[in-house]
Design a protein around this ligand. Structure first.
Ligand code: PGU
Length: 401
């Protein structure tokens, strides 16, 4: 018999979001009359807006014509890569530094192949669970000890440090996962903070995987939307991003990674070349229909639609934050991000999750699922229909005291 991959055995618990879905199902089975509202997983709910949707439809139509047909497109449409460079990076990157993918999560999982087992990892604590679970699967982390995996340095992000971690905790030669606007805290790092991060990474010989999946929710013009707004970031960072949240492509699947040519390993080899090699080997390109939609999203009309959609979710976020604050619950996020991070001092976060589910029939995400520093917190997601979010807020106001 063949042995199980020991790295899989190292995973302590199931993936967070299916666990929440399971608890929701169990509650629904026991309370068939309950009208449950989900402010749990960050899954988009609103229809794709007409111009972007027409781009997708056009893409599908073209496949039915001899002139318009296309097959494998390993690295992504050159026009899309060029447009991404222009729209998000002021044309700073050549098209062979931009790799189109089927989403940020998929790239986050694959990127670990560049570094391999035994790589030292640093993550913001709390953080999007894929960074930690992906590291465990890649053998970059060991077993579970003292509330965390060995081989992973958890960088606490708390109210005491304004949700920006202490750079001194980062060990030399680490792979650093960093997310801003942050999931789950909703905190957005400012220019000085990201400059500190880049400086620390360069001094310590680290590489940053910067997850900018929520960049289009930033409204404060002083806040950086990409790590590449910071000088020298191209020497120490890879950025992943996605059309999932701003264009409603969670089910369509389209994202990208920027791997600058200036980024080198300790031996001077090119990370960009290796990423091209890996993608060419285990990925056969993003859907050409999705890419047609992505192109539509990046012209003037499409950009306006993405603004409309992100504004919609930000309005939900404001309502949730205001509702919680009126109840005296301390929270952050929700102004430049679609997540609200609510503090319940001294309370176990799974217990708060259960209380909100039982009293209000509202699903949230318990903070402890995002890392040890998430204990005593609960995440509210602003992805939902307006009437559902309003109803959830009404229930929270009257039932949560
Ligand atoms: N990066 C971050 C920081 C995310 O929060 C999410 C989705 C992704 C990437 C995924 O991007 P794709 O381009 O769609 O792959 N986070 C959601 C959904 C849960 C999940 O398992 O991805 C969330 O609720 O945290």
């Amino acid at each position: 018999m063949i042995n199980r991959n020991p790295y899989i055995a190292n995973l302590k618990a199931g993936y967070l979001f299916p666990e929440i879905a399971k608890r929701r199902r169990e509650y629904a089975a026991a309370h068939p009359e309950a009208k449950i509202i989900s402010l749990g997983v960050g899954n988009t709910t609103e229809p794709i807006l007409p111009h972007i949707n027409a781009g997708l439809a056009e893409g599908a139509k073209r496949l039915g014509t001899v002139e318009g047909y296309s097959g494998y497109q390993d690295e992504g449409l050159p026009e899309l890569r060029e447009k991404i460079s222009k729209v998000f990076y002021r044309g700073k990157f050549a098209i062979d530094e931009i790799f189109i993918s089927d989403g940020a999560k998929c790239d986050i999982g694959r990127l670990q192949i560049l570094f391999g087992a035994g790589t030292k990892i640093a993550v913001q604590d709390p953080s999007y669970p894929v960074y930690v679970d992906g590291s465990v699967l890649a053998g970059a982390a060991g077993g579970w000890e003292n509330n965390g995996y060995t081989g992973i340095t958890y960088l606490p992000c708390t109210a005491d440090n304004n949700f920006f971690p202490n750079m001194e905790l980062i060990q030399p030669d680490s792979l650093i996962y960093f997310c801003s606007p942050n999931n789950p805290t909703g905190a957005v790092s400012n220019r000085d903070q990201l400059s500190t991060l880049v400086k620390a990474a360069i001094e310590k010989g680290c590489i940053i995987i910067f997850d900018a999946a929520y960049s289009e929710f930033i409204r404060d013009p002083s806040l950086p939307k990409t790590i590449f707004e910071i000088d020298k970031a191209d020497q120490c960072a890879i950025e992943v991003n996605s059309f999932s949240k701003p264009a409603g492509f969670t089910g369509v699947r389209l994202g990208w990674s920027v791997v600058p040519k200036a980024l080198l390993y300790s031996g001077g080899e090119s990370v960009n070349k290796d990423w091209g090699r890996i993608m060419g080997t285990i990925f056969n390109g993003a859907s050409n229909i999705a890419q047609a939609g992505g192109l539509a999203a990046l012209n003037d009309e499409g950009l306006k639609e993405m603004r409309t959609l992100t504004d919609f979710y930000l309005t939900n976020a404001k309502l949730i934050r205001d509702t919680l604050q009126k109840l005296g619950i301390n929270c952050i996020g929700g102004d430049n991000s679609p997540y609200i991070w609510a503090h319940f001092p001294g309370r176990d976060s799974w217990e708060v999750f259960s209380e909100i589910l039982e009293k209000c029939q509202v699903v949230t995400t318990p903070g402890a699922g995002f890392g040890p520093a998430g204990q005593n917190f609960v995440r509210f997601s602003a992805f939902g229909h307006k009437e559902d979010v309003e109803e959830a807020c009404k229930r929270i106001t009257s039932l949560l005291s």
